[in-house]
Design a protein around this ligand. Sequence first.
Ligand code: 5GP
Ligand code: MN
Length: 333
Amino acid sequence: MPVYELEAISELLDSPKKISIVMHQRPDGDAIGSALGLAHYLKQLGHEIRVVTPTDYPDNLKWLPGTEEVIIGPEGPATKMIQSADVLMCLDFNDLRRIEPLDDAARQVPARIMIDHHRDPKDDFTHTFWDDEASSTAEMIYRLMDQRGELSLLNQEIATCLYTGTATDTGSFRFPATSSAVYRMAADFLDAGASPSKIHEALYSNDPEKRLRLLGHALANRLVVLPEYHSAYIRLNKEDVEQFDIQSGDTEGLVNYCLSIKGINFGAFMIDKDDMVKMSFRSKGDFSAQQVALLFDGGGHFHASGGRSKDSLVETERKLLEIISSKKEELNY
Ligand code: 5GP
Ligand code: MN
């Protein structure tokens, strides 16, 4: 059941405060878009705003209005910016472990507001606005503005940021959570000055050549298809990371190619990072990608989730294969 503590949250916003907005590690379009959209909105209400991310984010999001103000951690002023806030707004995550190592500082902030749409929210917050049926956190920021009767404050900057968050989290307005209300909201964003063609071009027609080369390599040499298990996965090793100079965001969306294969209901992606193997999971229909993510210290949504492993890439792949084979029946729905 959704949790809407909107009145208590709204009350906190009624008088000027020092507010820090923080999002999860490796932020995506919804995390950054909703955070910057909220920042532009709250500034109009007279608050002092800081936007903090625990880690860097992809270049194809670095054109968003306000991007130059984002404080990138975990080193530098990020911890202080969180500690010194009266209110911490936690966007697009629901478990403070998702902002490690900034989580200790976050726990010291007296008011910690969660605005999120992922499953299994944790008890780390003083105020909660949570709805796992929302298309995006950006949609929830729009609802917050609506609930406060302040949609008239929607300007081009806010609309551009929130459109970006919604578009990226709905796969360009096509995933099941894209309700008619989401399309109506998108119309409001357009009326306020958001330009879908410019936004989509900035997001998706701006790749460096190496990213396309990596895609070719991943599909030609690193894709494993298991038709009898209706599953496919891509794994990138340390040499791949080096050869293609893979940075944060370069592998975004790769996992989706697994699901584009006929008959495949579950796709996984794994990449050997310095300190862990980072994993992404996607599924279709009745099979839950989230249940697999939970076995890899992660979580997310039913059809899109992520996790990590401290084991080697080879060992992680072995464990994944074991899980896939144990779920053969469920995968063949
Ligand atoms: P992606 O595969 O695109 O990185 O993430 C898919 C979804 O799963 C996103 O909503 C993301 O926030 C969530 N997610 C990714 N990695 C993790 C993780 O390690 N833990 C949790 N709880 N969620 C994750
Ligand atoms: Mn999101």
